[in-house]
Design a protein around this ligand. Structure first.
Ligand code: AMP
Length: 218
């Protein structure tokens, strides 16, 4: 199965992609995670992406398409994949279509998580993740079960993203509306877009996504 999670920053794409990855036994490709790893490792791409990400703008299509092309053909994606954060522009979506056509792996579904802009700032400002295994949490909506201890790996170290500040969120939302939202009619026209209310509780969003997956596999 080849899936795309679409929606503004903070809509819950990463959280749902993490759950779907386990359920569907496919690989999750998060371009945001890949770029943060590149920044941390100090690679050439990381150096170019760092300032752009801090400003809440989009990294160039060339870099992003190269990053995804290298990963998507890997053996761990043989069963399919979930894309979280890619494509983000029409140029990226068109490049993805070409890649998938050559791999004979057409897109199965694009799941849009719909959320009000106002609630996104609160959602994003409370996000943190385990520094060791990367499991994602939220101060209010998804705290760790035991205070200060990761549910998944038991680590006591957590991190917050540098771009999860109120100011940067504003730019990220503007980039979403200007450059990424045009992907909605693009995939709608292909008949593979399904929208799910991303404002519901995490578990309810998962249930809705599962319903969409069941109805499309029939
Ligand atoms: P995310 O973790 O998906 O919110 O991405 C964090 C930041 O990484 C974004 O604000 C962009 O600066 C950059 N980024 C991630 N994915 C892409 C993409 N597909 N195209 C351009 N920039 C991206």
């Amino acid at each position: 199965m080849q899936l795309i999670m679409l929606g503004p920053p903070g809509a819950g794409k990463g959280t749902q992609a993490e759950l779907l990855e386990k359920k569907l036994k496919v690989c999750k490709l998060s371009t945001g995670d890949m770029l943060r790893a590149a920044v941390k490792a100090g690679t050439e791409i990381g150096k170019q992406a760092d300032a752009v990400m801090k400003a809440g703008q989009l990294v160039s299509d060339d870099i992003m398409i190269r990053l995804i092309r290298e990963r998507i053909a890997n053996i761990d994606c043989a069963n399919g994949f979930i894309l979280d954060g890619f494509p983000r522009t029409i140029a990226q979506a068109e490049a993805l279509d070409v890649m998938l056509a050559s791999m004979k792996k057409p897109l199965s579904l694009v799941i849009e998580l719909t959320v009000n802009d106002e609630i996104l700032v609160e959602r994003i400002a409370g996000r943190f993740s385990c520094a060791k295994c990367g499991a994602g949490y939220h101060d209010t909506f998804k705290p760790t079960k035991a205070a200060g201890i990761c549910d998944v790996c038991g680590s006591k170290e957590f991190t917050r993203r540098k771009d999860d500040t109120r100011e940067t969120v504003k730019s990220r939302l503007e980039a979403y509306h200007a450059q990424t939202a045009p992907l909605l009619p693009y995939y709608q026209a292909k008949g593979i877009l399904r929208s799910v209310d991303g404002m519901a509780e995490i578990g309810d969003v998962t249930l809705e996504i599962n319903k969409v997956l069941e109805s499309t596999s029939k």
